[in-house]
Design a protein around this ligand. Structure first.
Ligand code: MG
Length: 391
């Protein structure tokens, strides 16, 4: 033990989604804290150069591509000290191996569901950045966590990390409302007509956060907040709290909880994803952070607004998904992914993202989440319906 109580036995890490925005921030934290973390494996889909770089930088034992056809190409980029691997089965073997303590899940989309469920069943700690896992499979994940109480799921999404920090030590019956903040994105002050015709470049110009492409578009449409409301419902299910959103353009306050007596507890910090990632990796300890700190005196003003629900239909979709549960949140997520792809390809205008999601959700035959297989069928069905919507 060192002063501060940090057990110096190294935490053994698997990083899924090593080449994305969260993955690269995770690499920076793991590389800067080699005395605390040992990286067993890094995984990604197809960015082989980035994956090989991450494996070398972190001294990983294994680098894995989920695409089996790319394994030999990956191997050719690795030094002989790092083993190349491929495919979902091999990924599940690594995630559940005795050698692993913490799984960082930063894979884009619902591809994270299987590894997260497997990691829970193996009693691991999961640092979850892939919000789609809780959005699409929240009931399945919570059932697995109940059956494997030795497993731990820690949020990496900045708002949810904020909620998690506000909730520390609270009784479940103390919490009235969980508030997520939203920067409001680049279209906060635009008219509905202007938003409907926004270009890809305009949607990618986020005012405060520097993130991946899909999540930046989702922030412009406010679908990111819709997904995060559903994510919060499942992550913090035991508090049975109301969920709401505050638009907060400075992105300094990430979340608040409102207690039954009306007290508000807020979590603030400089908008840098390294903070919530580091907290999930070091929990319940905190790591020293060399980066920029939030100065409230410099910032001077914190603004909060109720979201404009008329201008941003994303909130109606969230209400419907929160109310119905079952496979509807999975359908919402899948329809949104396809709609964003169609928008980025130049096939549809920005406003049609909402029309596609609305069309898929309002014609959805909802069912309780029964199994992973059933969810995969629902996911596939919602995607094909979203592709078929004619505008
Ligand atoms: Mg977030």
């Amino acid at each position: 033990m060192i002063p501060g109580g940090m057990d110096m036995e190294k935490k053994r890490i698997v990083l899924l989604g090593a080449t994305g925005s969260i993955g690269q921030n995770s690499c920076a934290i793991l590389a800067a804290n080699r005395e605390r973390f040992e990286t067993i494996a890094v995984a990604a889909r197809s960015s082989l150069d980035g994956l090989a770089d991450a494996a070398v930088k972190l001294g990983a034992k294994v680098a894995l591509t989920t695409d089996t056809a790319l394994e030999s190409e990956l191997a050719s980029r690795l030094p002989s000290s790092i083993k190349a691997a491929s495919g979902m089965d091999e990924l599940l073997n690594i995630v559940t191996s005795k050698e692993v303590d913490i799984v960082i899940c930063a894979i884009i989309g619902t591809a994270g569901i299987r590894p997260v469920l497997a990691a829970i069943e193996a009693g691991k700690t999961i640092a979850l950045a892939s919000k789609e896992v809780m959005v699409a499979a929240g009931d399945l994940v919570n059932a697995a966590l109940k059956a494997h109480p030795e497993a731990q799921l820690l949020p990496v999404d900045s708002e949810h990390s904020g909620v998690f920090q506000c909730l520390a030590g609270r009784r479940t019956d103390e919490v009235d409302t969980i508030w997520l903040t939203a920067s409001g994105g680049p279209f906060r002050n635009w008219s509905a007509e202007k938003i409907a015709n926004a270009t890809v470049a305009e949607a990618l110009a986020h005012p405060t956060w520097n993130m991946g492409r899909k999540i930046t578009i989702d922030s412009a449409s406010m679908m990111n907040k819709a997904l995060e409301l559903v994510e919060a419902k499942y992550l913090f299910a035991k508090y049975n709290a109301k969920l709401d959103v505050l638009v907060h353009p400075q992105s300094a306050v990430h979340a608040l909880i409102e207690l039954t007596d009306g007290s508000l507890i807020a979590q603030c910090g400089y908008p840098d994803m390294k903070l919530p990632i580091a907290y999930a990796l070091s929990y319940p300890e905190r790591l020293p952070f060399p980066g920029k700190r939030l100065s409230l005196a410099e910032l001077k003003t914190l603004e909060f607004f109720a979201p404009d629900r008329k201008k941003f239909p994303a909130f109606s979709f969230a209400d419907a998904a929160l109310e119905a549960g079952g496979t509807l949140p999975c359908a919402m997520n899948a329809a949104n992914e396809i709609a964003v792809e169609r928008f980025c390809r130049g096939e549809i205008n920005f406003g049609s993202i909402y029309r596609i999601i609305d069309c898929v959700m309002s014609n959805w035959h909802n069912e309780a989440q029964a199994s992973l297989e059933q969810l995969q069928i629902a996911d596939t069905e919602a995607r094909s319906k979203a592709l078929e919507v004619r505008l």
